[in-house]
Design a protein around this ligand. Structure first.
Ligand code: GDP
Ligand code: MG
Length: 166
């Protein structure tokens, strides 16, 4: 298997930390110059049975609402439709309006995995269940995976969820 994976989410949810965990020592290249048509490669993880090419989605902007950004965001939806898997990262305990803006840009015809990051900060893991139910009613996520990118909790579960989609 080999495929392209985009990691999206508002600032500070832990995307960079997660990318570092996912590629870890397995990084084969990170090049500013490595380009695909619509994406910039940020890292590649090579396992015995699969290769994961992580890419940036240029123009991703949720901070300001304007006609220009709306147009740019339509572009984002197109570029996100171009990858094999989208990881939509949110904080398990801090879902807010900015996350909803990002959610609107998720492609309808690609598998999107909802990553509930910073699960280590939850005092009560039982809080997750009603939240997961609410999120599932709003978007057809391929999977919902609680993790901690920082504490390296369940990151392998995420890899196992992505692999069959490549
Ligand atoms: P990005 O803006 O989405 O790329 O987020 P970063 O990867 O830069 O992370 C933002 C902050 O959240 C940093 O201080 C990270 O150390 C912290 N962080 C990321 N993942 C986790 C996690 O799983 N648990 C906790 N407690 N903090 C995290
Ligand atoms: Mg970052």
């Amino acid at each position: 298997h080999t495929g392209f994976i985009a990691i999206v989410g508002r600032p500070n949810v832990g995307k960079s930390t997660l990318l570092n965990r996912l590629i870890g020592q397995k990084i084969s290249i990170v090049s500013r110059k490595a380009q695909t048509t619509r994406h910039r490669i940020t890292g590649i993880r090579t396992d015995a049975d699969a290769q994961f090419v992580f890419v940036d989605t240029p123009g991703f902007q949720t901070k300001y609402k304007s006609a220009l950004n709306d147009a740019m965001n339509r572009g984002v939806t197109t570029t996100l439709s171009d990858v094999d898997v989208v990881l939509f990262v949110i904080e398990a305990s801090k879902f807010d309006a900015r996350d909803i803006e990002v959610m609107k840009l998720l492609p309808k015809h690609r598998p999107v995995i909802l990553v509930l990051n910073k699960a280590d900060l939850l005092k009560d893991k039982g809080q997750l269940l009603p939240f997961i139910q609410r999120m599932s009613s709003q978007f057809a996520f391929h999977a919902i995976v609680p993790i901690s990118a920082k504490k390296i909790m369940k990151v392998d579960v995420l890899i196992d969820a992505i692999k069959p989609l490549l």
